[in-house]
Design a binder for this molecule. Structure first.
Ligand SMILES: *Cc1c(COP(=O)(O)O)cnc(C)c1O
Length: 314
């Protein structure tokens, strides 16, 4: 099945029933720091604090109440729990045993069942897969699910319908589903707008897979939860292969620096992944000088440890 702009437009009919468009603002002090005209797309204002809710709503709308099982340590879990709550469907999330209690609580608060098992996300995935086979529940991959890609694509419709003149959109990448959606929308609405991905040097699986042209497994040590994947995902990689303009890497410390700038110059609390696009601009200034660039602030779910680090490290 090939995803098209029509799938994203259909997803918008679903998403707009539940969520208003998110704001998109520019901040002169931030522009001066960046040496570019930066517009911030504020997905940090979503009800679960991250853009993934758009994908969850679109997927759940098509499942007609069927129970789901998925695996995640972060925002995908909250998105599935929230969307399942809205439509009254059962949702089970398998999380590694080391997941912080606050993350478990956020998912359980929306009525989803959490199963804590395994050392990492690969273990959680294996458990979720066998549980789905045993119960008949619908297994949801956080990266390889077309309905999630189409759903998150709605944020790029919002950006490019109002600003088809943009030179570039910088997108943080974990699985790559958000960036894949961005390329689909840009190709239809603004073919001259570059789509530039960014990931952490501490978790480069998607970056390395895109450069190599084949799926890859890599160390996964970034502090930025939204960028933390130990392997690439086939569906987004296949879409990104010819369509992504460029893929940049930044360090976790550069991301933390960008989080501080987002706080002081864009009035925005962001988790690491949500500041990675700004980190890319600040780290590669020549690439963006004088351009009109959108950065997607994908999420606000910074842990207490992450916030404490922002206050102390420099
Ligand atoms: C999931 C996530 C990302 C990465 O999105 P993908 O679609 O997995 O590439 C970036 N930022 C935040 C806040 C996320 O939750």
């Amino acid at each position: 099945m090939e995803l098209t702009i029509d799938d994203v437009r259909a997803a918008r009919e679903v998403v707009r029933r539940h969520l208003p468009p998110t704001p998109m603002w520019s901040y002169p002090v931030l522009n001066a720091t960046a040496g570019a005209t930066v517009v911030v797309k504020h997905e940090n204002t979503q009800p679960v604090g991250a853009f993934k809710i758009r994908g969850g709503l679109n997927l759940l709308a098509g499942l007609r109440g069927a129970p789901t099982i998925t695996y995640s340590t972060g925002n995908h879990a909250q998105s599935m729990a929230y969307a399942s709550h809205l439509v009254g469907a059962d949702c089970t999330v398998v999380m590694p045993t080391g997941t912080t209690p606050a993350k478990v609580a956020a998912v359980e608060a929306w009525g989803a069942d959490v199963i804590l098992t395994g050392a990492d996300l690969a273990d959680a995935e294996a458990h979720a897969t066998s549980l789905a086979a045993a119960t008949g529940a619908h297994l949801v991959s956080p990266g390889d699910t077309p309905e999630l890609v189409a759903g998150v694509g709605t944020l790029y419709l919002e950006i490019l319908e109002s600003r088809p003149d943009l030179d570039a959109i910088v997108v943080p990448i974990g699985s790559g589903s958000g960036a894949a959606a961005a390329t689909i929308v840009a190709r239809a609405l603004a073919p001259d707008c570059a789509i530039i991905g960014v990931q952490s040097t501490a978790s480069p699986a998607a970056h390395d897979a895109w450069r190599a042209g084949t799926d890859q497994t890599r160390p996964n040590r970034t502090r930025a939860e939204g960028l933390a994947t130990g392997r690439s995902f086939a569906l987004p990689q296949q879409i990104l292969r010819d369509a992504l303009t460029d893929f940049l890497l930044v360090t976790d410390d550069q991301i933390a620096g960008a989080q501080r700038v987002m706080a002081t110059e864009a009035h925005t609390l962001t988790e690491g992944a949500g500041a990675a696009p700004l980190a890319a601009i600040l780290t590669h200034p020549a690439r963006f000088t004088g351009q009109d660039v959108a950065i997607v602030c994908t999420g606000a779910n910074a842990s207490p440890q992450e916030l404490a680090l922002l206050a102390t490290t420099r």
